[in-house]
Design a binder for this molecule. Structure first.
Ligand code: AMP
Ligand code: GLY
Length: 432
């Protein structure tokens, strides 16, 4: 198959790495890709949201399948664009319809959906500018901390966990009356704070059938010991030892099945990945959020554990045949460490030369994925984003996977490099 992959992060390098390893991939194009995808596929400079340009490219290059990495094109309707296209309507697009993407694109929609289909989640109410006063009254009736969420996409910054009533009231005012997150905060979900340990479960679905992929835990804060600002993700571990078969069975019965069933009942086409952000509270799963794509950097720890053919998996999703696909998961552990530019998630500089990349990226016990990187006109690899590289170590357990990841990390360098040295430590402490 000729495959077109949309996106440019570590997740997309991991997708590309897995796709090109399949004998069923003839040619892979990545729009727009990064320096890592350029080394294994052909990057094309088209934005993932320029649907007309993607359609022209697909026609000219006889693309057989499109795989969507990030949420933005999904929320903007890339899948519907192709399914309504006069000549490309039968081209499989792996990614949900715009209606399905609301599970991530609108917190209010996803909360209503969970309530309707009895999916366990935090109690909530939604407020707008017109119901601001009721929102303030509602805050006063809650216990602390209180969680405020901008309804729409806010680049990962739209969730506020408020430790006092004053903080919650001020934040509600900023969001609803002062457009703190632009249109994204025209509606605000106020919800109960969930206690417990977070983890993410990933599901592949063709709309009718599903396969549960390996779960992962990610590390969102910039600082060690989970301190400091939220980031896109500083590391990941898969599998998660406290997500035993019992727990995953609860997730499947209480969350995955009603979600897929609910989407069908709502007549919402959903072919793609569903990322379920969960809180494990004393062995009981609660949904924190849905995302309509794979996680980053979780993908870099999850995909190396899939042993069965990945292009076959995508094709089975795109053609409604997921029930006949045999998913094979490796028992080894993957740990991913994300290397970021100094200053991230605040201001940082781009264009620093990265040293230590001149050996194969994929060796038996570690894999180096590029995220924000680009190739300069002189052929050097430069930093081109906040999250720059994601290095995955593979081992028989967390200790050995971490050792393999960090020894590879030590070989890479650029001016301002930063990474957390405690990825996986909390999980190790739990099992020791
Ligand atoms: P989200 O943008 O929905 O992923 O939320 C960002 C982070 O906020 C989550 O990963 C959780 O750590 C935290 N969070 C969101 N909602 C809740 C909640 N109801 N209770 C506790 N923590 C939450
Ligand atoms: N790592 C969290 C996310 O991809 O949203």
């Amino acid at each position: 198959m000729n495959i077109l992959l949309l996106g440019s992060g570590g997740r997309e390098h991991a997708f590309a790495w897995k796709i090109v390893s399949s004998p069923n991939c003839k040619q892979l194009f990545v729009a727009p890709g990064n320096a890592g995808t350029a080394s294994i596929a052909k990057n094309i400079s088209i934005s993932p949201t320029d649907f007309n340009a993607l359609a022209d490219f697909s026609t000219e290059n006889q693309i057989d399948m499109i795989v969507v990495g990030p949420e933005e094109p999904l929320v903007k309707g890339v899948t519907d664009f192709f399914s309504n296209h006069p000549t490309l309507h039968s081209l499989p697009v792996i990614g949900p319809s715009q209606a399905g993407a609301q599970l991530e694109g609108s917190k209010d929609f996803s909360k209503q959906f969970m309530q309707k289909y009895d999916v366990p989640t935090a109690a909530y109410e939604t407020f707008t500018k017109d119901t601001f006063k009721e929102g303030i009254d509602f805050i006063r009736q809650q216990s602390l901390p209180i969680v405020l969420k901008a309804d729409g996409l806010a680049a990962g910054k739209g969730v506020l966990i408020c430790q006092s009533f004053t903080e919650a009231e001020d934040s509600l005012k900023e969001m609803l009356l002062e457009s703190k997150f632009g249109k994204a905060s025209d509606k605000v979900v106020i919800e109960q704070f969930l206690k417990g340990i977070e983890l993410s479960v990933f599901v592949a679905t063709d709309g009718n059938h599903y396969k549960i992929l390996p779960e992962a835990k990610d590390y969102k804060r910039i600082g060690e010991g989970d301190t400091g600002l939220n980031t896109g993700g500083m590391g990941a571990v898969s599998p998660v030892p406290f997500a035993d078969a019992d727990f995953i069975k609860k997730v499947e019965d209480r969350i995955v099945k009603p979600t897929i069933q609910g989407l069908k009942e709502e007549n919402i086409p959903y072919v793609g990945f569903l990322f379920i952000g969960l809180m494990n509270d004393g062995g009981e799963p609660y949904v924190i959020e849905y995302n309509v794509r794979m996680g980053d950097p979780e993908t870099e720890a999850v995909l190396p554990r899939i042993n069965s053919d990945f292009v076959d998996l995508l094709h089975a999703m795109g053609t409604g045949k997921l029930d006949s696909y045999d998913l094979e998961i490796a028992s080894y552990t993957c740990t991913t460490v994300v290397l970021v530019a100094g200053g991230y998630p605040g201001d940082y500089v781009k264009g620093k030369k990265i040293e230590g990349l001149d050996f194969p990226s994929d060796i038996s016990d570690s894999i180096l994925f590029h995220a924000g990187t680009k190739i300069s006109e002189y052929g050097e690899i430069l930093t081109n984003g906040g999250r720059v590289l994601a290095i995955t170590g593979i081992g028989k357990d967390i200790d050995s996977a971490l050792e393999n990841a960090y020894s590879r990390v030590a070989e890479v360098c650029w001016d301002g490099i930063y990474y957390r040295k405690d990825i996986g430590q909390d999980v190790l402490n739990l099992i020791k």
